[in-house]
Design a protein around this ligand. Sequence first.
Ligand SMILES: NC(=O)c1ccc[n+]([C@@H]2O[C@H](COP(=O)([O-])OP(=O)(O)OC[C@H]3O[C@@H](n4cnc5c(N)ncnc54)[C@H](O)[C@@H]3O)[C@@H](O)[C@H]2O)c1
Ligand SMILES: [Zn+2]
Length: 279
Amino acid sequence: MGDIKQSIEDAVNVIKNAKALIISAGAGIGVDSGLPDFRGKEGFWKAYPPIAKLGLSFAEMADPYWFQARPKLAWAFYGHRLNLYRTTQPHRGFYQLLEIGQQMPEGYFVFTSNVDGQFQKAGFAEEYVQECHGTIHHFQCVDDCEGTIWNAENEQVTVNESTFEARDPLPVCPHCGELARPNILMFGDGHWSYDRTNEQNKRFEQFINKVKAGRPPVAIIEMGAGKAVPTVRLNSQMLTQRLNATLIRINPRDYEVPYGHISIPLGAKEGVDLIYSQL
Ligand SMILES: NC(=O)c1ccc[n+]([C@@H]2O[C@H](COP(=O)([O-])OP(=O)(O)OC[C@H]3O[C@@H](n4cnc5c(N)ncnc54)[C@H](O)[C@@H]3O)[C@@H](O)[C@H]2O)c1
Ligand SMILES: [Zn+2]
Protein backbone atom coordinates (compact mmCIF):
# COMPACT_ATOMS: atom_id res chain seq x y z
CA MET A 1 0.00 0.00 0.00
CA GLY A 2 2.98 2.28 0.59
CA ASP A 3 2.92 5.56 2.37
CA ILE A 4 -0.22 7.56 1.64
CA LYS A 5 1.36 10.88 2.55
CA GLN A 6 4.19 10.25 0.09
CA SER A 7 1.73 9.18 -2.62
CA ILE A 8 -0.28 12.37 -2.18
CA GLU A 9 2.91 14.39 -2.43
CA ASP A 10 3.90 12.53 -5.60
CA ALA A 11 0.43 13.10 -7.06
CA VAL A 12 0.59 16.81 -6.27
CA ASN A 13 3.94 17.08 -8.07
CA VAL A 14 2.67 15.20 -11.10
CA ILE A 15 -0.39 17.46 -11.34
CA LYS A 16 1.61 20.66 -10.84
CA ASN A 17 3.92 19.62 -13.62
CA ALA A 18 1.14 18.43 -15.98
CA LYS A 19 -0.14 20.47 -18.92
CA ALA A 20 -3.18 18.29 -19.55
CA LEU A 21 -5.44 16.20 -17.33
CA ILE A 22 -7.54 13.13 -17.96
CA ILE A 23 -10.12 12.34 -15.32
CA SER A 24 -11.16 8.72 -15.39
CA ALA A 25 -14.01 7.38 -13.26
CA GLY A 26 -16.06 4.33 -12.38
CA ALA A 27 -19.03 3.95 -10.05
CA GLY A 28 -16.88 4.32 -6.93
CA ILE A 29 -16.45 8.04 -7.50
CA GLY A 30 -20.14 8.48 -6.67
CA VAL A 31 -20.03 6.54 -3.40
CA ASP A 32 -19.06 9.68 -1.49
CA SER A 33 -22.09 11.47 -3.01
CA GLY A 34 -24.22 8.71 -1.48
CA LEU A 35 -24.60 6.55 -4.60
CA PRO A 36 -24.19 2.78 -4.54
CA ASP A 37 -21.46 1.04 -6.51
CA PHE A 38 -22.37 -2.45 -7.73
CA ARG A 39 -19.33 -4.17 -6.37
CA GLY A 40 -20.06 -7.89 -6.29
CA LYS A 41 -23.51 -9.44 -5.97
CA GLU A 42 -23.75 -8.39 -2.33
CA GLY A 43 -23.12 -4.74 -3.16
CA PHE A 44 -25.69 -4.77 -5.92
CA TRP A 45 -28.29 -6.61 -3.88
CA LYS A 46 -27.79 -4.33 -0.92
CA ALA A 47 -28.67 -1.43 -3.19
CA TYR A 48 -31.60 -3.30 -4.77
CA PRO A 49 -33.23 -5.77 -2.34
CA PRO A 50 -36.13 -6.50 -4.77
CA ILE A 51 -33.60 -7.70 -7.35
CA ALA A 52 -31.95 -9.87 -4.68
CA LYS A 53 -35.32 -11.58 -4.27
CA LEU A 54 -35.32 -12.37 -7.99
CA GLY A 55 -31.76 -13.67 -7.64
CA LEU A 56 -30.52 -11.59 -10.58
CA SER A 57 -26.95 -10.31 -10.76
CA PHE A 58 -26.19 -6.82 -12.10
CA ALA A 59 -25.20 -8.28 -15.47
CA GLU A 60 -28.44 -10.27 -15.60
CA MET A 61 -30.58 -7.28 -14.64
CA ALA A 62 -28.81 -4.89 -17.02
CA ASP A 63 -30.01 -6.91 -20.00
CA PRO A 64 -32.29 -5.47 -22.70
CA TYR A 65 -34.26 -8.73 -22.52
CA TRP A 66 -36.26 -7.35 -19.57
CA PHE A 67 -37.67 -4.48 -21.64
CA GLN A 68 -39.39 -7.14 -23.75
CA ALA A 69 -40.13 -9.74 -21.08
CA ARG A 70 -41.00 -7.54 -18.10
CA PRO A 71 -41.00 -3.86 -19.10
CA LYS A 72 -42.25 -2.66 -15.73
CA LEU A 73 -39.43 -4.45 -13.93
CA ALA A 74 -36.84 -3.12 -16.40
CA TRP A 75 -38.18 0.41 -15.94
CA ALA A 76 -38.32 0.00 -12.16
CA PHE A 77 -34.56 -0.64 -12.18
CA TYR A 78 -33.68 2.17 -14.58
CA GLY A 79 -36.42 4.53 -13.39
CA HIS A 80 -35.22 4.21 -9.82
CA ARG A 81 -31.68 4.98 -10.91
CA LEU A 82 -32.81 7.87 -13.11
CA ASN A 83 -34.60 9.47 -10.19
CA LEU A 84 -31.72 8.76 -7.81
CA TYR A 85 -29.12 10.30 -10.13
CA ARG A 86 -31.38 13.29 -10.77
CA THR A 87 -31.62 14.10 -7.08
CA THR A 88 -27.99 13.36 -6.15
CA GLN A 89 -25.59 16.25 -5.62
CA PRO A 90 -22.01 15.59 -6.69
CA HIS A 91 -19.57 15.74 -3.74
CA ARG A 92 -16.98 18.48 -3.58
CA GLY A 93 -14.28 16.34 -5.19
CA PHE A 94 -16.04 16.83 -8.54
CA TYR A 95 -15.77 20.61 -8.24
CA GLN A 96 -12.15 20.41 -7.15
CA LEU A 97 -11.34 18.20 -10.13
CA LEU A 98 -13.08 20.66 -12.44
CA GLU A 99 -10.99 23.50 -11.08
CA ILE A 100 -7.80 21.48 -11.53
CA GLY A 101 -8.83 20.57 -15.08
CA GLN A 102 -9.71 24.12 -16.03
CA GLN A 103 -6.27 25.31 -14.97
CA MET A 104 -4.48 22.93 -17.33
CA PRO A 105 -2.99 24.86 -20.28
CA GLU A 106 -3.78 21.99 -22.66
CA GLY A 107 -7.17 21.29 -21.08
CA TYR A 108 -8.87 18.26 -19.58
CA PHE A 109 -11.13 15.41 -20.62
CA VAL A 110 -13.33 13.05 -18.60
CA PHE A 111 -13.60 9.34 -19.44
CA THR A 112 -16.24 7.48 -17.45
CA SER A 113 -18.33 4.33 -17.57
CA ASN A 114 -20.81 5.98 -15.24
CA VAL A 115 -24.19 6.63 -16.75
CA ASP A 116 -25.29 8.98 -14.00
CA GLY A 117 -24.42 12.39 -15.50
CA GLN A 118 -22.73 13.57 -12.30
CA PHE A 119 -19.81 15.25 -14.10
CA GLN A 120 -22.11 17.45 -16.17
CA LYS A 121 -24.15 18.19 -13.07
CA ALA A 122 -20.98 19.48 -11.38
CA GLY A 123 -20.35 21.82 -14.32
CA PHE A 124 -18.04 19.80 -16.57
CA ALA A 125 -18.55 20.85 -20.18
CA GLU A 126 -20.57 18.32 -22.17
CA GLU A 127 -17.97 18.41 -24.97
CA TYR A 128 -15.18 17.28 -22.64
CA VAL A 129 -16.94 14.18 -21.31
CA GLN A 130 -16.78 10.68 -22.78
CA GLU A 131 -19.46 8.34 -21.38
CA CYS A 132 -18.31 5.02 -22.78
CA HIS A 133 -21.40 3.11 -21.64
CA GLY A 134 -23.88 5.86 -22.52
CA THR A 135 -26.09 7.78 -20.15
CA ILE A 136 -29.36 7.30 -18.33
CA HIS A 137 -30.30 10.93 -19.08
CA HIS A 138 -30.89 10.16 -22.75
CA PHE A 139 -33.40 7.63 -24.09
CA GLN A 140 -33.71 5.61 -27.28
CA CYS A 141 -36.22 3.20 -28.87
CA VAL A 142 -35.96 -0.46 -27.72
CA ASP A 143 -35.88 -1.41 -31.42
CA ASP A 144 -33.50 1.45 -32.26
CA CYS A 145 -35.94 2.10 -35.14
CA GLU A 146 -34.52 5.43 -36.36
CA GLY A 147 -31.30 5.53 -34.35
CA THR A 148 -32.67 8.56 -32.53
CA ILE A 149 -31.42 9.45 -29.05
CA TRP A 150 -33.29 12.09 -27.12
CA ASN A 151 -32.67 14.05 -23.95
CA ALA A 152 -34.82 12.60 -21.19
CA GLU A 153 -35.18 15.80 -19.18
CA ASN A 154 -38.92 15.94 -19.89
CA GLU A 155 -39.49 12.24 -19.22
CA GLN A 156 -40.83 11.07 -15.87
CA VAL A 157 -40.70 7.53 -14.58
CA THR A 158 -42.32 6.68 -11.28
CA VAL A 159 -41.70 3.43 -9.49
CA ASN A 160 -43.90 1.53 -7.09
CA GLU A 161 -41.19 0.59 -4.61
CA SER A 162 -43.23 -2.12 -2.89
CA THR A 163 -43.86 -4.14 -6.08
CA PHE A 164 -40.67 -2.85 -7.77
CA GLU A 165 -42.64 -2.04 -10.91
CA ALA A 166 -42.67 1.20 -12.88
CA ARG A 167 -46.08 2.81 -13.19
CA ASP A 168 -47.86 3.46 -16.48
CA PRO A 169 -47.33 5.25 -18.74
CA LEU A 170 -43.85 3.98 -19.56
CA PRO A 171 -41.70 6.13 -21.86
CA VAL A 172 -42.19 5.45 -25.56
CA CYS A 173 -40.33 6.08 -28.82
CA PRO A 174 -41.62 9.24 -30.56
CA HIS A 175 -41.24 7.60 -34.00
CA CYS A 176 -42.81 4.17 -33.72
CA GLY A 177 -44.59 4.23 -30.35
CA GLU A 178 -42.62 1.20 -29.10
CA LEU A 179 -41.20 1.21 -25.62
CA ALA A 180 -38.25 3.52 -24.93
CA ARG A 181 -35.18 2.56 -22.88
CA PRO A 182 -32.17 4.43 -21.53
CA ASN A 183 -29.33 5.01 -23.97
CA ILE A 184 -27.06 2.79 -21.90
CA LEU A 185 -24.96 -0.07 -23.22
CA MET A 186 -26.34 -3.17 -21.52
CA PHE A 187 -25.03 -6.73 -21.47
CA GLY A 188 -25.71 -8.70 -24.67
CA ASP A 189 -27.07 -5.50 -26.17
CA GLY A 190 -27.75 -5.62 -29.90
CA HIS A 191 -29.84 -2.46 -30.07
CA TRP A 192 -27.77 0.14 -28.26
CA SER A 193 -27.71 3.32 -30.29
CA TYR A 194 -24.10 4.44 -30.09
CA ASP A 195 -24.11 7.69 -32.10
CA ARG A 196 -23.90 9.99 -29.10
CA THR A 197 -21.08 8.02 -27.46
CA ASN A 198 -19.30 7.83 -30.82
CA GLU A 199 -19.36 11.61 -31.14
CA GLN A 200 -17.92 11.89 -27.65
CA ASN A 201 -15.28 9.37 -28.55
CA LYS A 202 -14.27 11.37 -31.63
CA ARG A 203 -13.81 14.48 -29.49
CA PHE A 204 -11.77 12.49 -26.99
CA GLU A 205 -9.54 11.13 -29.77
CA GLN A 206 -9.04 14.67 -31.10
CA PHE A 207 -8.04 15.78 -27.62
CA ILE A 208 -5.60 12.89 -27.26
CA ASN A 209 -4.04 13.51 -30.65
CA LYS A 210 -3.69 17.23 -30.00
CA VAL A 211 -2.05 16.59 -26.64
CA LYS A 212 0.15 13.87 -28.06
CA ALA A 213 1.50 16.18 -30.75
CA GLY A 214 2.93 18.60 -28.18
CA ARG A 215 4.25 15.83 -25.91
CA PRO A 216 3.52 17.71 -22.68
CA PRO A 217 3.43 15.96 -19.30
CA VAL A 218 -0.04 14.48 -18.78
CA ALA A 219 -1.70 13.38 -15.54
CA ILE A 220 -4.50 10.85 -15.32
CA ILE A 221 -6.56 10.80 -12.12
CA GLU A 222 -8.68 7.66 -11.93
CA MET A 223 -11.26 7.10 -9.21
CA GLY A 224 -13.64 4.30 -8.26
CA ALA A 225 -13.00 2.04 -11.23
CA GLY A 226 -13.57 -1.60 -10.35
CA LYS A 227 -12.23 -4.83 -11.76
CA ALA A 228 -15.47 -6.65 -12.62
CA VAL A 229 -16.08 -4.57 -15.78
CA PRO A 230 -12.56 -3.17 -16.12
CA THR A 231 -13.19 -0.80 -19.05
CA VAL A 232 -12.10 2.31 -17.18
CA ARG A 233 -9.03 0.78 -15.54
CA LEU A 234 -7.78 -0.65 -18.80
CA ASN A 235 -8.40 2.59 -20.62
CA SER A 236 -6.44 4.57 -18.02
CA GLN A 237 -3.54 2.15 -18.33
CA MET A 238 -3.67 2.21 -22.12
CA LEU A 239 -3.59 6.03 -22.04
CA THR A 240 -0.51 6.08 -19.82
CA GLN A 241 1.26 4.36 -22.69
CA ARG A 242 -0.22 6.41 -25.51
CA LEU A 243 0.52 9.71 -23.81
CA ASN A 244 3.47 8.74 -21.65
CA ALA A 245 1.27 9.93 -18.79
CA THR A 246 1.34 9.24 -15.08
CA LEU A 247 -1.65 7.49 -13.55
CA ILE A 248 -2.92 8.49 -10.11
CA ARG A 249 -5.35 5.78 -9.04
CA ILE A 250 -7.62 6.63 -6.10
CA ASN A 251 -9.52 3.58 -4.84
CA PRO A 252 -9.94 2.30 -1.27
CA ARG A 253 -9.83 -1.36 -2.29
CA ASP A 254 -8.70 -1.93 -5.86
CA TYR A 255 -5.71 0.40 -5.64
CA GLU A 256 -2.91 -1.61 -7.32
CA VAL A 257 -1.10 0.24 -10.10
CA PRO A 258 1.45 -0.73 -12.73
CA TYR A 259 5.04 -0.02 -11.72
CA GLY A 260 5.97 3.67 -11.75
CA HIS A 261 2.42 4.97 -11.21
CA ILE A 262 0.75 6.35 -8.10
CA SER A 263 -1.70 4.48 -5.89
CA ILE A 264 -3.84 6.29 -3.33
CA PRO A 265 -5.84 3.80 -1.23
CA LEU A 266 -8.56 6.24 -0.16
CA GLY A 267 -12.09 7.21 -1.10
CA ALA A 268 -12.42 9.65 -4.01
CA LYS A 269 -13.58 12.61 -1.96
CA GLU A 270 -10.84 12.34 0.63
CA GLY A 271 -8.12 11.54 -1.92
CA VAL A 272 -9.00 14.45 -4.22
CA ASP A 273 -9.37 16.81 -1.27
CA LEU A 274 -5.90 15.94 0.02
CA ILE A 275 -4.38 16.57 -3.39
CA TYR A 276 -6.39 19.75 -4.02
CA SER A 277 -5.47 21.28 -0.68
CA GLN A 278 -1.75 20.94 -1.46
CA LEU A 279 -1.79 22.33 -4.98
N1 LIG B 1 -23.23 5.55 -11.11
C1 LIG B 1 -23.24 4.86 -12.23
O1 LIG B 1 -23.39 5.40 -13.31
C2 LIG B 1 -23.05 3.36 -12.15
C3 LIG B 1 -23.23 2.71 -10.95
C4 LIG B 1 -23.00 1.34 -10.91
C5 LIG B 1 -22.65 0.66 -12.04
N2 LIG B 1 -22.50 1.33 -13.22
C6 LIG B 1 -22.11 0.55 -14.42
O2 LIG B 1 -21.72 -0.73 -13.99
C7 LIG B 1 -20.37 -1.05 -14.25
C8 LIG B 1 -19.67 -1.04 -12.92
O3 LIG B 1 -18.29 -0.95 -12.96
P1 LIG B 1 -17.50 0.05 -12.01
O4 LIG B 1 -16.08 -0.39 -12.03
O5 LIG B 1 -17.81 1.44 -12.38
O6 LIG B 1 -18.12 -0.17 -10.55
P2 LIG B 1 -18.00 -1.36 -9.49
O7 LIG B 1 -19.20 -1.19 -8.65
O8 LIG B 1 -17.72 -2.67 -10.12
O9 LIG B 1 -16.67 -0.98 -8.65
C9 LIG B 1 -16.63 0.15 -7.85
C10 LIG B 1 -15.18 0.49 -7.52
O10 LIG B 1 -15.20 1.67 -6.72
C11 LIG B 1 -14.37 1.49 -5.60
N3 LIG B 1 -14.88 2.34 -4.51
C12 LIG B 1 -15.75 2.04 -3.53
N4 LIG B 1 -15.95 3.12 -2.72
C13 LIG B 1 -15.18 4.12 -3.22
C14 LIG B 1 -14.96 5.47 -2.85
N5 LIG B 1 -15.58 6.00 -1.79
N6 LIG B 1 -14.13 6.21 -3.60
C15 LIG B 1 -13.50 5.69 -4.69
N7 LIG B 1 -13.66 4.40 -5.08
C16 LIG B 1 -14.51 3.63 -4.37
C17 LIG B 1 -14.41 0.01 -5.31
O11 LIG B 1 -13.25 -0.40 -4.60
C18 LIG B 1 -14.45 -0.58 -6.72
O12 LIG B 1 -13.13 -0.73 -7.21
C19 LIG B 1 -19.90 -0.02 -15.24
O13 LIG B 1 -19.97 -0.61 -16.50
C20 LIG B 1 -20.93 1.12 -15.17
O14 LIG B 1 -21.38 1.50 -16.47
C21 LIG B 1 -22.70 2.67 -13.29
ZN1 LIG C 1 -38.96 3.45 -32.35
